[in-house]
Design a protein around this ligand. Structure first.
Ligand SMILES: [Mg+2]
Length: 384
């Protein structure tokens, strides 16, 4: 392990005062999110709190309400954690973040692959508790000097629900893009795919936004091998990076697209760990790495960032629909100098009517990093 946690005190979860608490909260969204059966106007988030009478730590599970991302849902993650947490920690007074995966696996062999986001949330909470107990900032684990501010990317709002008229969709996305650029964001992420008017959208966006604003399209695996030429043509129109163009494990299509050299390629659903992401890079399936701490865990992401420095590839921190608990943690991770591209850490008020924590705020597309005077990893909820 590259990251050295030996100086941090373990957390005594398993003693009489120890606890693992799960908190579910319904948070209102600023913009409704389109779903196959209509719209979501709120999300029911899952927060994990661990600790004892002396200290506590916070984690957030990134699993969405439905199974459309990788199949893991927040409800299933909550049920799994409620079931496994007492037996994971009972009688094991000193617990560290590096023990969490082996403790969980000892009880439920393949839990880390069935519930990666639930396990990552538990590990995050234990790591946060250790850092707070040791009065240590997460950035201190990097072994290199962190950046003072992290570059935030903006995710453009969803299309109007059920809009089939191309001009309605394009007008809405362009309006969101211009608002984000006016707010100082230098990277915009939009959903792309068959039926989403992608070619017209990219052409229109490139016509109205400055050349130095990076455009990233997330396809969520919607394209197939016959679309390699089409996706490459989006690169020629000015889409700089495509995220997960083809289905997970469609190695041949990803390699074919990378070989065109027309567009940068990053994987999301297609990698199950930070280690996988580095392998995909070496295997020419991608040109850049998206590190998703909600799926991989923060410690694995730091390890991957240390290794990335040797590869010279671009990297950014990928987000889910994070509350301030994980959003602040992602800001801290995005302060690593090997994060070279804008991360999914846009301001809280782009997503939530009220966040659970002090909101993440961006100025000119930058988010100030909490820094070494603020021990811990996660944002702390006002109340749960
Ligand atoms: Mg994605």
């Amino acid at each position: 392990m590259v990251v050295n946690l030996s100086a941090l005190p373990p957390v005594e979860i398993g003693d009489a005062t120890g606890f693992v608490r799960l908190h579910r909260r319904e948070l209102d969204l600023v913009q409704p999110v389109a779903a196959s059966h209509g719209e979501h106007r709120s999300r029911r988030v899952l927060i994990v709190e661990v600790g004892n009478g002396k200290s506590c730590g916070w984690g957030e599970c990134g699993a969405p309400d439905d199974a459309s991302y990788t199949g893991e849902t927040a409800d299933a993650a909550a049920a799994f954690l409620a079931d496994i947490s007492p037996s994971s920690f009972a009688g094991r007074a000193p617990v560290t973040a590096t023990m969490v995966r082996s403790l969980v696996s000892a009880i439920d062999g393949d839990a880390c692959s069935r519930h990666p986001m639930a396990v990552a949330a538990l590990e995050m909470a234990v790591l946060d508790a250790q850092l707070r107990a040791g009065e240590t900032a997460f950035e201190s684990l990097f072994g290199v000097t962190p950046k003072r501010a992290a570059t935030a990317g903006a995710t453009l709002g969803n299309m109007p629900a059920n809009a089939t008229d191309a001009s309605v969709v394009i007008d809405a996305v362009v309006r969101h893009a211009l608002d984000a650029v006016a707010a100082g964001y230098s990277r915009l992420k939009l959903k792309i795919g068959p039926g989403l008017h992608t070619t017209e959208l990219v052409r229109e966006l490139r016509a109205v936004i400055a050349e130095d604003v990076m455009l990233l399209g997330d396809a969520n695996g919607a394209y197939g091998i016959d679309d390699v030429g089409h996706v490459a043509s989006l690169g020629e129109l000015g889409l700089e990076i495509v995220e997960q163009p083809f289905a997970p494990h469609d190695t041949a299509s990803h390699q074919a697209l990378v070989a065109t050299g027309a567009i940068r390629v990053a994987l999301d659903e297609g990698v199950r760990s930070a280690h996988d992401a580095l392998d995909a890079l070496a295997n020419h399936e991608c040109t850049d790495v998206t590190l998703k701490p909600a799926r991989f865990g923060y410690l694995a992401c730091v390890e991957a960032l240390v290794k990335l420095a040797d590869h010279g590839a671009g990297a950014w921190i990928g987000g889910m629909f994070d509350t301030g608990v994980a959003r602040w943690a992602n800001v801290r991770l995005a302060a690593h100098p090997s994060v070279t591209l804008a991360s999914d850490i846009g301001a809280s008020d782009r997503y939530w009517v009220y966040d659970l924590t002090a909101p993440v705020t961006a100025s000119a597309g930058l988010v100030a990093v909490p820094g070494v005077r603020r021990p811990g990893l996660s944002g702390v909820p006002f109340d749960t």
